[in-house]
Write a protein that binds this ligand. Structure first.
Ligand SMILES: [Zn+2]
Length: 298
């Protein structure tokens, strides 16, 4: 079994169990997928020291603060480590100033909870190709470009363990009383067509396990992905209905969606500022932004 070689580290800066970093231990090399926000970095560092491993590869699924935020700090602490990022994200690791100001606008105080990323030296940042692979010795990491949540999103497929590390491309999944609850994560500028085709692309690999950065690794990946596909279609339809009825606010969408999908209710009742500000509210903002533009254009 290769699943034991993929460790979930909790790097949530406020509360717990919301943001994973994944340490992937190959026979020869080690990778960290999604080092997390800079304010959760100490938890990752402690774990790496405890394991006595040094990352050779640092792979953010995308550059948002809660995934790629600690990439450059981690690279600075482990000289020789290389960062592999989607081509559209690379320049924002080298100069994160625009990313930081956009994050402050979209996330408000949650951006400060995540923390401001350090810039990276350009020479250690490498752009991935869709389908490109890295060999860790007995474990392969394959980059699967999965836009939708963000244009600069990639998932990581590990065939030997049948695990798809999906970042934010296939929703936020939490477990409560042994039941999985999940919602889409669709910040502006949200592209539903890309989001749907990325989920279909991941189903095409028939993964047994799925590792959404929020949070952990779960069995029955295909069943989950198919359920999530239905869910995103429902959420987009409801956003379009809300916009058609003349409403534009994310609050109006949230009112409607909690009646239509009890998963939404679970997230709305969670008082953690990351769940409220970063997961559910920005999802509503992205969906309504898309829906209002679509209705106006029709
Ligand atoms: Zn995220």
């Amino acid at each position: 079994m290769h699943l034991e070689s993929i460790l979930v580290v909790d790097v949530t800066p406020v509360g717990e169990g919301l943001i994973s970093a994944f340490i992937v231990l190959g026979g020869d090399k080690t990778a960290v997928v999604d080092p997390g926000p800079i304010n959760g970095y100490n938890k990752l560092k402690v774990k790496l020291e405890e394991l006595d491993v040094k990352p050779d590869y640092i792979i953010p699924t995308h550059i948002h603060l809660d995934h790629g935020g600690a990439s450059c700090r981690l690279a600075r602490d482990y000289p020789g480590a290389k960062i592999y990022v989607h081509p559209r994200g690379a320049k924002h690791l080298v100069d994160p100033s625009k990313l930081w100001s956009a994050s402050k606008t979209v996330l408000g105080p949650v951006a400060d909870a995540y923390g401001q990323p350090d810039p990276c030296e350009e020479s250690i940042v490498f752009e991935t190709e869709d389908g490109g692979k890295i060999d860790l010795g007995g474990l392969t990491l394959q980059f699967i470009h999965t836009p939708g949540h963000a244009s600069h999103h990639q998932s990581i497929w590990i065939p030997e363990a049948s695990v798809m590390l999906s970042g934010d491309s296939a929703g936020v999944v939490l477990r409560t009383n042994n039941v999985k609850v999940f919602i889409p994560t669709t910040p502006p500028p949200f592209k539903p067509d890309f989001y749907v085709s990325s989920i279909e692309k991941m189903i095409g690999f028939s993964p047994q396990y799925i590792g959404p950065t929020h949070y952990g690794i779960y069995d029955d990946a295909v069943k989950y992905l198919e359920g999530h596909l239905k869910q995103i279609k429902l959420w987009v339809d409801i956003a379009l209905e809300v916009a058609k009825s003349g409403h534009t606010s994310p609050e109006e969408f949230l009112k409607r969606i909690k009646e239509a999908d009890e998963n939404a209710l679970f997230f709305l009742e969670n008082s953690n500022p990351i769940v409220q500000g970063s997961f559910i509210y920005t999802t509503a903002v992205g969906l309504m932004d898309y829906a209002v533009k679509t209705i106006k254009a029709s």
